[in-house]
Ligand binder design. Structure first.
Ligand code: ATP
Ligand code: MG
Length: 395
């Protein structure tokens, strides 16, 4: 699965909404090159700066050459880039080139990058596009003079709403209007943020999946009844085999419903079995001891069932409850916290900004092999998160 903001990345000018003024300035710059050698697209996150650079390349049929901070400090690389197209043995033949220096906020004068960029602007044979969030820092004084400034505006509510509505409909999954509206409002003009929220909304709202969920719930109700009400069933340990639900989720259902079924000593015994199952659950997750699944399953079935010593099936109807939604939200937040801490470690290790690491997070499972993961010194929870994340996006 590709994140929505990559799947639907605006890749031509018509796709980049609300930036018409900027687009005509970009055209003018390109047509008048080399009167001005560089443009500096500046504005808040997720408003289309990087997309505009790629759109220009696509529409003008140019080869785009992206330089990051360390490329700028690399003499050979710079010299290669600065050669005019005719001297270059480019695979792309006669294609023109533009240079993109994306997200220069982090460049500095003393640690390098910035002076090289200024020199590059002097000597370049190709148009340069620079992007930044905030160009009003003092270190950019010279850069501001050498490049033409083009402001990329924060998008208004209506524009963001239109963009996400369009993408939601292309995904062919209905999302309620009020959800789309609140996503647009919350985004404060950041389309990437809005698309990430939309992704979550789509995951939760998918109707087909909801139907499937309901079927699963019928199964689990049926199974809970067996576990809680029929203590003498000899086949109780295989009771969960037919339920299409991960054991962790079954765990939550059991936990939620124990107090509706048991009282007094039964209740204490049931919680005891549950807490033992939880110990195994923890080991399975932390140490990948899958053979403990047998024990977890045993405790969650026979263990819970035999918490009651009754020999006859218990009569009466119990309205079983779905595990609290709050739990899901809590899990979601936990996940976000892990994602942030992994991104921070990665950012530090490879000297990029945290923001960038978060944005490109979907690449991390691919980039980070076993050795690299060890070097980052990820916690168990973080490793687990990364694995689950990888699984999810493999599909
Ligand atoms: N004006 C816009 N119209 C349509 N889609 C947009 C617009 N701005 C951003 N997007 C979408 O949001 C995502 C991020 O866009 P992009 O990478 O161009 O943002 P950016 O301005 O470079 O952000 P940052 O400052 O964080 O680098 C992409 O999926 C892109 O298609
Ligand atoms: Mg960008």
């Amino acid at each position: 699965m590709i994140p929505l903001c990559e799947k639907y990345r605006a890749n031509c000018f018509a796709d980049v909404k609300g930036q018409e003024t900027a687009i005509s300035s970009i055209h003018a710059f390109f047509n008048n090159f080399p009167i001005k050698k560089a443009i500096l697209l500046h504005g808040p996150a997720g408003t289309g700066k990087t997309s505009l650079a790629y759109a220009l390349a696509k529409e003008m049929d140019l080869e785009i050459f992206e330089l990051n901070a360390s490329d700028l400090r690399n003499k050979e690389k710079l010299e290669e880039v600065m050669k005019p197209a005719t001297q270059q043995q480019s695979l792309f033949g006669k294609k023109g080139k533009i240079i993109l220096v994306d997200e220069v906020d982090g460049l500095s004068v003393d640690k390098g990058g910035l002076p090289e960029l200024l020199a590059l602007i002097e000597k370049t044979a190709h148009p340069i596009i620079i992007t930044a969030n905030n160009i009003w820092q003092q270190k950019f004084n010279l850069l501001r003079r050498k490049a033409e400034l083009i402001k990329i505006k924060e998008l208004n509510y209506q524009t963001v709403l239109n963009i996400i509505k369009d993408i939601a409909s292309r995904e062919k999954k209905p999302v309620k209007e009020d959800i789309l509206k609140s996503i647009a409002a919350k985004s404060r003009g950041d389309v990437r943020a809005a698309l990430n929220d939309l992704q979550t909304a789509l995951d939760i709202e998918i109707t087909v999946e909801e139907i499937h969920e309901r079927e699963k719930e019928e199964d689990i109700f049926h199974v809970l009844r067996k576990v809680f009400k029929n203590q003498s069933d000899p086949k109780i340990t295989s009771v969960y085999d037919s339920v299409e639900m991960p054991i962790d989720e079954i765990f939550l259902w059991i936990e939620e419903n124990i107090p509706y079924e048991y009282k007094g000593e039964e209740l204490a015994r049931a919680y005891d079995a549950l807490s033992k199952a939880d110990v195994f659950r923890g080991r399975i997750h932390r140490q990948q001891h899958w053979r403990f699944l047998v024990y977890e399953n045993f405790l969650l079935s026979a263990g819970i069932s035999h918490a009651s010593h009754k020999t006859k099936p218990i009569s009466g109807f119990t309205m079983y409850q779905r595990p609290k939604r709050i739990l899901k939200i809590w899990l979601q937040n936990q996940k976000y916290a892990k994602k942030k801490s992994i991104a921070a470690k990665f950012a530090k290790a490879v000297h990029i900004g945290r923001k960038r690491a978060m944005k490109e997070f979907f690449l991390l499972p691919l980039i980070l092999n076993k050795e690299a993961r060890e070097k980052l010194d990820l916690s168990e929870d973080e490793e687990k998160f990364l694995e689950e994340y990888q699984e999810k996006y493999k599909r």
